[in-house]
Design a protein around this ligand. Structure first.
Ligand code: AMP
Ligand code: MG
Length: 518
């Protein structure tokens, strides 16, 4: 494939990684920018289409994640040059890169689509990071591909910045997630309900293998392809499975475990993914595809933010169940690898699948105990945990604010939490039991309160703040967005001057609706 190579900008050299060449005397050493590898392209023929990005007429860098760039061994200064931006927006494919659109199938809202795939995205290649981890670099919004069906292949600035903000917030909260390397405005308008500025998101992931990738492979009727995919997933994400007695069952178990851990983290932090289709569930256990996602303000297990989720299938409280449903679909793809006898294969997979709720609890219980400063037996502490949530549900209390305020109560001031309950009496009764339990557990209250503050974030991507920052950015003012990114990068550390970022939404905000596929 021939790629345009403007003189003095990017040069293609055979056998060598992509290099910038600076004019003589600039004092900058010529240094490879990307050293892409292409294991997916080489090992998984049949699961992608080689493709290239559409040309962005007037690329402009909106965000660059410098710490992530450094982690990947990339030079942030070089990424900011026109040549770097050209790579980040898809105008230039660097040496070593085999851009491709990945194939996948998926259940969307329960209905099966045999061919979804990257309709508007490309995998540029893989980088091995500073810690030796292989990471995908992927572009989203880079134009139509053979999987685009009727759609335009584009993305608007707002949703791509949204993915940047929310995925980086999740990362700072310690939740496994794809990361945002950069958002580049294309200089083009994309037609949505109105004409909006277009953008490309450069995304980094442990991989883009999805449950839907396995569904696609399984549907090809080629057992060798499915086995190759499973072996690739084992090598890349769950290498311990390779040495297990039954490697493919061990792969399944590792994914079930990774997803149980992930879902517990989502629930603990009040995250609603919004579109948990099987094509949006990773094999790595990372959160992926931030579309109509949102964080809870008021605690409500029925919370739905997505404008298209009419039945509430992906409501906050349904998420663990849906994850388990998706994992059942994943098991179905693996059956031929598990046992020649179909009944034996189903029995083995079912045993693992039914362990999901216990695995979820094994992550959720200690997580919620830490939030409440509890350190006893999880079963003993559980009534306190669920009773508090029930109270919050009844009174629609702000989830993040209430949990964070509890440390003040441990330090002797229960007013901040009480003020969040319209009727504080039931909270007082709960707090009496809680205080007694804390006393019985006998730890130093200041140490307990400090530890709670490291488990209960103060700053989350509040819906009203995200919307405000995106609206400003779409209109050309990036300052609120950069401030928000800075606030969310350290979610647990209280910082003076940031009080407004810790508050719930203004009374006139909402009901909040998010839009997907935009
Ligand atoms: P998502 O809802 O973002 O997970 O996407 C679901 C499917 O629709 C995937 O196959 C996407 O690649 C595809 N898709 C979403 N938006 C677009 C678009 N604007 N152009 C082409 N394909 C799209
Ligand atoms: Mg998706």
């Amino acid at each position: 494939m021939a790629f345009a190579s403007p003189r003095g900008a990017i040069r293609r050299t055979s056998q060598r990684p992509f290099r910038f060449s600076y004019p003589e005397g600039m004092g900058v050493a010529s240094k490879p920018l990307f050293a892409f590898e292409d294991t997916y392209a080489r090992e998984l023929v049949g699961l992608y289409e080689p493709w290239r990005a559409a040309t962005a007429p007037e690329p402009r860098l909106l965000t660059l994640n410098e710490p992530l760039a450094a982690e990947l061994g990339l030079d942030p200064g070089a990424l900011r040059t026109p040549e770097g931006v050209a790579v980040l927006v898809g105008n230039q494919a660097p040496e070593g890169s085999t851009p491709l659109a990945q194939a996948y199938a998926g259940h969307q809202f329960g209905g099966y689509s045999p061919r979804l795939g990257d309709g508007r995205a490309l995998l540029l290649g893989e980088l091995v990071d500073a810690e030796g981890r292989r990471r995908d670099v992927h572009l989203k919004g880079s134009g139509r591909t053979p999987f685009a069906r009727g759609a335009d292949g584009k993305a608007a600035v707002g949703p791509m910045l949204r993915e940047h903000v929310v995925s980086e917030a999740m990362h700072a909260l310690g939740i496994p997630t794809t990361r945002a390397l950069a958002v580049v405005a294309t200089g083009e308008r994309v037609a949505r309900e109105t004409l909006l500025p277009g953008a490309v998101l450069a995304r980094v992931a442990a991989s883009h293998l999805r449950v839907g990738t396995f569904q696609y492979a399984a549907a090809q009727g080629d057992p060798e392809l499915l086995r190759r995919l499973a072996d690739y997933a084992i090598d890349r994400h769950h290498p311990a499975a390779r040495d297990a007695e039954a490697p493919y069952l061990a792969l399944y178990e590792a994914v079930v475990e990774a997803q149980a851990a992930l879902l517990a983290r989502w629930m603990l932090v009040g995250f609603v993914h919004g579109v948990m289709n099987t094509d949006n569930m990773t094999i790595s256990g990372e959160t992926i595809d931030y579309g109509p996602c949102a964080f809870l303000d008021a605690y409500d297990t029925g919370a739905v933010f997505s404008s298209i989720d009419h039945g509430g299938r992906y409501a906050y409280g349904n998420q663990p169940l849906i994850a388990q449903w998706n994992l059942a679909r994943f098991a179905e793809t693996l059956l031929p690898l598990l046992d020649d006898d179909a009944d034996a294969a189903i029995a083995a997979a079912t045993e693992v699948l039914t362990s999901f709720p216990a695995r979820f609890d094994a992550h959720w219980n200690p997580g919620m105990q830490a939030k409440l400063g509890l350190s006893g037996d999880a079963e003993d502490d559980r009534p306190l945990m669920v009773d508090l949530l029930a109270l919050m549900q009844t009174q629609r209390v702000d989830y993040t604010a209430a949990l964070r305020a509890l440390s003040a109560a441990v330090r002797g001031d229960s007013a901040p939490t009480r003020s969040l309950f319209a009727d504080p009496a039931p909270f007082d009764a709960w707090a009496e039991r809680w205080t007694a339990e804390l006393a019985a557990q006998g730890r130093d209250p200041h140490a307990v309160a400090d530890a709670m503050d490291r488990s209960n974030p103060l700053y989350i991507p509040r819906n009203h703040l995200v919307e405000e920052a995106l609206a400003a950015a779409t209109a050309g003012d990036l300052e609120p967005l950069h401030t928000l990114l800075d606030v969310l990068a350290r979610p647990f550390d209280e910082r003076p001057g940031l009080e407004a970022y810790a508050e719930g939404p203004p009374a006139d905000f909402g009901p909040y609706r998010t839009f997907c596929g935009t």
